[in-house]
Design a protein around this ligand. Structure first.
Ligand code: 13P
Ligand code: SF4
Length: 302
């Protein structure tokens, strides 16, 4: 990255009292300038504890919205306003109200990959790292509803005695990975365990040696004595994996898993956002307070 951009960012961050948060799927250049890197759960936690006046969220809209929900007094910037999540857009708040009417009394768990307005209508949120814990937290319920990701819900259903109803959303990137793609790469590298994200299809998860969130995968690779791994998630994760484990090898399926929304943000966008304090993400107060309850309820589970 150009030195003048780095210098500009250092000055702007000090001037604005800003912090840069980035998701594990962001480009290598963005990861380089981030103060904090993580998965959705870690970033939610960091956003709630952050000591800054401005949060620059390098990720997609639902993540910046979550930061805005948790930090009403702070300015939250999403350097590229159009960076969205197709899965988050597969469900509306009206849909959640409809689910509540159809299944009265059933806890509605929404994956953090959803809009603040959808979170506001739900009982609690979850991430890929804590979904099983959240499902089990409803000790007295024998049925829960999970939205919008059908694959995450099917994964949870296999690990609980509860009935898990679900919405039919999916992440187009992970859903596009098929069992045959995984079989092929496993055949080529039989020594390497296959690490899959729970947003993958059940047939793909059947082939997994480990099912983990992005940070869970990073932890697994760091702690493992093995030297080679097959990675079944968006390929931005390879940047921190290779940086942390320069002597380990990482293989990916031939079919590339790239989330275009996650790749939109550039360091120049971050500079511009800090100069102009735009695009700013805000959540209407009534929605924010209701969404906050669902997010805090999740964070309280530890
Ligand atoms: P995690 O980083 O929480 O595993 O989420 C993956 C994802 O799809 C974020 O958009
Ligand atoms: Fe959404 Fe999938 Fe992209 Fe994550 S990887 S932001 S779930 S489309």
């Amino acid at each position: 990255m150009k030195d003048d951009i780095k210098q500009q960012l250092t000055e702007l961050k000090a001037e604005r009292k800003a912090v840069i948060l980035a998701h594990n799927y962001q480009s290598a250049e963005i990861q380089e300038i981030a103060d904090m890197l993580g998965d959705s759960l870690e970033l939610s936690r960091k956003a709630s504890a952050v000591d800054a006046e401005v949060i620059v969220f390098c990720g997609v809209a639902f993540m910046a919205e979550t930061a805005a929900v948790l930090n009403p007094g702070k300015t939250v910037l999403l350097p590229r306003r159009e960076a969205g999540c197709p899965m988050a857009d597969m469900i509306t708040p009206e849909d959640v109200i409809g689910i509540r009417k159809e299944y009265p009394g059933v806890p509605i768990i929404t994956y953090v990959n959803s809009t603040a307005a959808v979170k506001a209508e739900s009982t609690v949120c979850c991430t890929s790292a804590n979904v099983l814990q959240v499902v089990e937290s409803f000790r007295d319920a024998d049925t829960v509803y999970l939205a919008p990701d059908q694959n995450l819900a099917k994964y949870a259903a296999r690990h609980t005695r509860k009935k898990v109803l679900h919405w039919n959303g999916y992440c187009p990137i992970h859903h596009n990975l098929l069992a045959e793609d995984v079989v092929k790469v496993k055949r080529a590298h039989p020594e390497a365990p296959f690490l899959a994200h729970p947003e993958c299809r059940p047939e793909v998860l059947d082939l997994a040696d480990e099912i983990r969130s992005t940070s869970g995968m990073l932890r697994f690779v760091r702690e493992s004595s093995l030297n080679a791994f097959i990675i079944g998630t968006e390929e931005g994760i390879l940047t921190p994996m290779q940086r942390e484990n320069p002597h380990k090898r990482f293989y990916t399926p031939e079919k590339r898993l790239i989330c275009q929304d996650m790749k939109l943000t550039t360091p120049e966008d971050v500079v511009r956002a800090l100069q102009t304090l735009q695009p700013r993400i805000t959540v209407p107060e009534e929605t924010r307070v209701k969404a906050l309850q669902a997010v805090e309820c999740m964070l309280a589970l530890g």
